[in-house]
Each structure stands twice: as C-alpha cells, then as structure tokens.
Design a protein around this ligand. Structure first.
Ligand code: SF4
Ligand code: MG
Length: 326
C-alpha cells in the first residue's frame, strides 16, 4: 500500500537557554493517499511541531528521523524544491484565519496567489480560479466576495476562504491544525461538513490536528494520540473509541463532553502536560496516571502493537518487561 507521507523516528528538538526541549521525541506517523489521520493531544504534546516539521517550517532542529512525501526525502530537498511542494502538493490551514490572511490584499488575490506561483496562471485565470474555489467552499456571491478584503467576512467565512486558498492547487495532502477550534459549534459543524465533502470529491489526504476527540470521531479514519512528544496510542478510529488502551487516551475519552451525562463533563485528567524541557526517564504520563507502577518511573515504555494495527505505549500492555502487571 502506497504511503503518501511517512514520518519515521522523528525527533525535533529546540535548543533554549533553559535546556533542550524534545518537542517531538521519536514519532512515526504515516498517511496513505486519500486517508484522514488525526493527531490528538493537549497543547504542548508536539502535534503541531510534528506537522510543521513535515512542511519544514519548524524553527526546531531535526536531530533524527526521516520524512518521505510522495517518494521524496523532505529533509534532503533544497529550499526551492520545498517551496514547490508547499502550498502546491501539501497545503495547510490553521486555527486563526485572520493571522494567515493578509488584511491588505483582496480575497481573490490571496486565493489566486498559489496558482499564479505554482501553475503560472495569468491574473485573469487566477481570478477565475479564485471564484471557482469560493463557490466550491460554499461562499455565496463569489463574484463580489473575490474583490473584498478579509475583514469584511465572518470567522466562518474566513475559514472557508482559508480552505479555498489551501485547495486551489489540488494538494495531495492537507494539514489542518485545529481548523475549527476558534469557531462556534454550528459553524464548526459546517466547516467539518465542507472538509468531508472536499475529501470525498477531491480525494485529498488530510492530517487533522486537534485536541478535540469529537472532531476526530467525525473526521478521521485513523488516530494517533500524542503525549509529551511521543505517540502513546494509534489505531483506526472505531477501535480507539471502543477500546482505548492507553490510560491517557482513556482519560481523554472520559473528559469528552456528552449530551446525556453531566458527570462525564466534569471529569478531567488530573495534573497537566509536563513542561517540555527535560529529557525524562520513564513514562512521562506517570505523574498523572492512576495505574503507574514502579517500572513506569524507571523505564520508558515501548510503543507496541497490542492487536492488529493497534499500538499502545504503556507498561500495562507491554509484552516485555512489565513484571507486576496482573
Ligand atoms: Fe501509566 Fe505506567 Fe502506562 Fe505510563 S506506562 S501510562 S505510567 S501504566
Ligand atoms: Mg498547536
């Protein structure tokens, strides 16, 4: 089976005055063509740095690992070759459209920019493409909106513009980093519908980065759960929801709001994500884990396949060393 993006053993470190921050600490993630993979975790888990590293946009240093996109070694490309891929074969959308849209250019100019750069469209062709894209993402009065400036639009409409920009060159991979987090629930549902529709019609693979398991349930085929720079669990989405294995994933599930249960709404995982900065010994979830054992504080658990294509990084399920599991 063909992998579109394959990240292997990736370590992205930041060298700060306070010490080395292992933001991404040995991560494997792959996406097949047309697949939607979610990366879930709290802020500081390394999910955004992982995707920025795949685009070679992180200020951190890649100290180990490989990233292959469409057969190309991303880490070995020249900056020029990388620009050819960015915005063309891999596109990104972020949480805050206002910070990604330029306030002094029209919406049409901004959507058209990618096809002007990557496909050498004329101004008129680019404008036509912008109108076409605005219609595709469900923006009414596309012929007028194309001449407007971003501040004239609502948050939901701006996010549609961002998606139009990202999709203008028909990318093979769309990286969406918390694209609906800043939107209210109704608008969020509309944007997720739109993304599902685009995925179905265009066959775009999506790497969906979110802290929201509800969004994952709606959007993703497969899920990677990250904690403190590492993948702690990975499986298809149905298995993850039916049988979460890792205590951290179980905690995330319990803290999901549900319509029928006030009690679940009130649960939250005690403690907080450890401050990045130290290279720790043992399982980094141990300080928050109800199941922590002696071995957890001494040795870092390996990521193991506990069932077919279901991986967990926890001494509770490890085949090797977890001596005192019952
Ligand atoms: Fe908890 Fe130990 Fe598993 Fe870490 S390895 S999640 S501390 S049981
Ligand atoms: Mg983030």
């Amino acid at each position: 089976e063909r992998k579109l993006l394959e990240i292997k053993g990736l370590k992205t470190y930041f060298y700060t005055d306070e010490g080395v921050v292992a933001a991404v600490d040995g991560v494997d993630i792959s996406i097949r063509e047309g697949e939607t993979v979610g990366i879930v975790g709290e802020s500081g888990s390394g999910k955004s740095v992982t995707s920025l590293t795949a685009m070679r946009l992180t200020p951190g240093k890649v100290v180990e690992g490989s990233i292959t996109f469409n057969g190309k070694d991303i880490l070995a490309l020249s900056e020029e070759e990388m620009r050819e891929i960015r915005g063309n074969q891999i596109a990104m959308i972020f949480q805050e459209p206002m910070t990604s849209l330029n306030p002094v250019f029209t919406i049409g100019d901004q959507i058209g920019e990618a096809v002007r750069i990557h496909r050498h469209y004329s101004k008129a062709q680019a404008r036509a493409r912008a109108v076409e894209m605005l219609k595709l993402v469900g923006i009414p009065r596309a012929e007028q909106i194309v001449n407007e400036y971003p501040h004239r639009l609502s948050g939901g409409m701006r996010q549609r513009v961002m998606i139009a920009m990202a999709m203008a060159c028909d990318p093979k991979l769309l990286i969406a980093d918390e694209p609906t987090t800043a939107l209210d629930v109704t608008i969020q549902a509309q944007i997720l519908d739109l993304m599902r529709e685009l995925k179905a019609t265009k066959g775009t693979a999506i790497l969906f980065i979110t802290h929201d398991l509800g969004v994952v349930a709606e959007m993703c085929d497969r899920v990677v759960v990250m904690y403190d720079g590492k993948v702690v669990e990975e499986s298809d989405v149905i298995t993850l929801f039916n049988q979460p294995h890792h205590p951290y994933t179980q905690g995330l599930m319990k803290s999901m709001p549900t319509l029928d249960s006030e009690e679940k709404r009130l649960y939250s995982i005690k403690g907080s994500v450890p401050a990045q900065g130290s290279l720790r010994i043992g399982c980094s979830f141990a300080p928050r884990c109800e199941h922590a054992m002696a071995i957890c504080r001494d040795q870092s658990p390996p990521l193991e396949e506990i069932e077919s294509r279901h991986f967990s990084r926890c001494w509770l399920h490890a085949s090797g060393k977890g001596g005192d599991r019952g």
